[in-house]
Unconditional design. Sequence first.
Length: 255
Amino acid sequence: MSLNECQDLIETYSEWFKQKFTVKDIEGICEIITPFVDRHNDHLQIYVKQIDNSLILTDDGYTIKDLRLSGFDISTEKRKQILDSILNSFGAHLQGDEIIVRAKIENFPQKKHDLLQAMLAINDMFVMAQSIVANVFREDVEKFLSIHNIRFTPAVKFTGKSGFNQSFDFVIPTSQKRPERIIKVVNHPDRQSISFLIFSWTDTKEVRPIESITCSFLNDTESKINPDLESALLQYGIKPILWSRRDEYITELVE
């Protein structure tokens, strides 16, 4: 496949992505129905209200209420820490049960993107197995990197071609033997999380050094990962690293 054909694929995906958003006006409040779905396969919806020159973006309390209705207790100390960490990383806060992001007209696209990422990350808290809730998968990966003396910078954001900030969990800097390696941790690898990762990387790679590599640690401890998802990552130049086979990549990551 040629470079132009690859570029056409990316453009096709971008056009599909744009067309999947629909908008409604509900008594002066803008309801945006997005192409992203939660674990019930329901499309995520966000609401935008203008106050003077500011915009208030909210999920209307859906995400937190859904966790509670599903029997997920978010009041434990560890889960509160996880929740606060997610909110802080995307510039969001809770107002009651609502996830709130404040924006201006000029930065609305990025802030909308931040709210959606926060909703997806918080929704993903439900699917974390009880055995790893006390030690989140990302922390497991960080510990693995540290134990094997793998150099890394945690919690990195890059501004992609779209102008959106894309979040990655770790970056291993360029060495004499290896190029920059950008790492994303996926606790619950499903079609949506993999699609979101592909979008983040395709948006980011053109603003990074041409030899940069992206890897994704995939949590396969609870269930086998669909081979089609691994193939999708490879097609977009993302190396999948199954957690159960992580030791096979130590040398590659250390160098």
